[in-house]
Design a protein around this ligand. Sequence first.
Ligand code: VGL
Ligand code: ZN
Length: 223
Amino acid sequence: MVSKAALVIVDLQEDFCPPNGSLAVSGGRDIVPIINGLLRSPLFDLKVATKDWHPEDHISFAANHPEPNNRPFESFATVINPYNSADRYETRLWPVHCVQGTLGAELVPDLHIEKVDKIVEKGQDQRVEMYSAFADPFEDPCVARSELGGYLKENGVGNVYVVGLAMDYCVKATAEDAVKEGFDTYIIEDATKAVDPGEGWKNAKVEMENIGIRFVGSKDILK
Ligand code: VGL
Ligand code: ZN
């Protein structure tokens, strides 16, 4: 049996897009027409859109931390594994973004959502950062897992194509987890933008290529 392909559209939400998004990624809205083109392609058997979907008290919001370590983009906080307090990581803090039920958390209106088979929410657990649309970074067990992995497997998906925002955060973490889950994983390079388009983009690309993630262009797909 030929394995199926899924398009995973990561966090294409108002808060990640200019002009008004609280965590706007430069050029974020420019990828929408490209992604709409991909949504028309017969290559993808399954199309999923993810939503960053935080409670107001989420650990990743700088505003939820005391001074002086509460500067968005600059400060970091320690995330502690609730099952094992020796297990921790440092995480970058952000402006308040994608709060459940707010306008900033909505998918951008120009996205052809009627072509999307499923919407997966992530980042609901206040205690952990969850860039990946599969699970948070803690392991055995993780703290929070979305429906994405089960959904792709139940549907016989073997190849996962990741697009959306942001290339150096949620797109990267989602692609890395897709590899861990055993999928052949691709990034469609012109259908994603980075928070840090310079060094951030370059480093993220090298790290992803080193674990076997392949970079392709939307033209390669749509030809
Ligand atoms: C993201 C920062 C915080 C992303 C989500 O979607 O890349 N970045 N939350
Ligand atoms: Zn977030």
